[in-house]
Design a protein around this ligand. Structure first.
Ligand SMILES: [Zn+2]
Length: 240
């Protein structure tokens, strides 16, 4: 933005870029050089003299604060007449953009365009969500099938639960890792071992009672091993 100290009279050296009018939020109390109204909340400089927006023929414009980039861009596109609103920042010693003045009808059209975009985005997100959910479901089903191939004695419900847990998107669990994606035996077995450890052994209680992790794992290793062996060999009717 324009830099320099806000001068007493000749306010900013407002750039005379065609199609880019500049309106100032003055820090000091200022009156319109034309109609003497004041103090002005917004003014425009004409030959260094402050003018109120009515005298500057901008009185019909509405203020759109900065913040929504897309709305601002569109409102200016839609508006035949528009102005940039700036205020002097004493600390940084420069004028900073506060928003724009645009025609009310232009702002309404811009808002409608942004709403239409938001609706389109919302529908796309919903579609993406449904597609991901279907992918997750297919992946979990393949994972469960692989568990049952390796552990035919594992109850189908348990296999589904382990697969669903391991497949949760964004969880960083084994099912989402590259290895899990590829459904390698190693990945499937680690998911099953983790589930057995937490569900079929007192592992969690040991951890909660302050037993160090390696010691807790050592104490339950035989129990895990026994459950896995049962699932590898036995039919479903032999397990609980
Ligand atoms: Zn005036």
């Amino acid at each position: 933005m324009v830099t320099g100290k806000e001068p007493r009279m000749a306010l900013p050296a407002t750039p005379r870029t065609p199609g880019r009018l500049v309106v100032v939020q003055p820090l000091k109390r200022r009156r319109c050089a034309g109609c003497r109204r004041g103090p002005l909340s917004l003014l425009m400089l004409e030959d260094g003299a402050p003018r109120c927006l009515h005298c500057a023929d901008l009185g019909h414009l509405v203020f759109l604060p900065r913040g929504d980039t897309a709305l601002t861009r569109r409102a200016r596109e839609e508006s035949t007449l528009s102005a940039v609103v700036v205020r002097f920042n004493r600390r940084r010693s420069r004028y900073e953009r506060q928003g724009v003045l645009v025609e009310e009808a232009a702002l309404a059209r811009a808002e409608a365009r942004c709403l239409a975009d938001a609706e389109a985005r919302r529908r796309r997100r919903a579609r993406d969500g449904r597609r991901r959910a279907a992918e997750d479901e297919r992946f979990a089903a393949a994972f469960a099938a692989e568990i049952l191939r390796l552990f035919p004695g594992c109850p189908a419900e348990r296999a589904r639960a382990v697969a669903a847990h391991a497949s949760v998107r964004g969880s960083g669990r084994v099912g989402r890792s590259a290895a899990g994606r590829a459904l390698t035996e190693g990945a499937v077995i680690s998911a099953v071992v983790a589930a057995v450890r937490h569900v079929d052994t007192p592992y969690d209680q040991l951890l909660m009672s302050g037993v160090p992790r390696y010691e807790a794992r050592r104490r339950i290793a035989a129990a895990v091993e026994s459950v896995l062996r049962g699932w590898q060999e036995a039919g479903e009717e032999d397990t609980g």
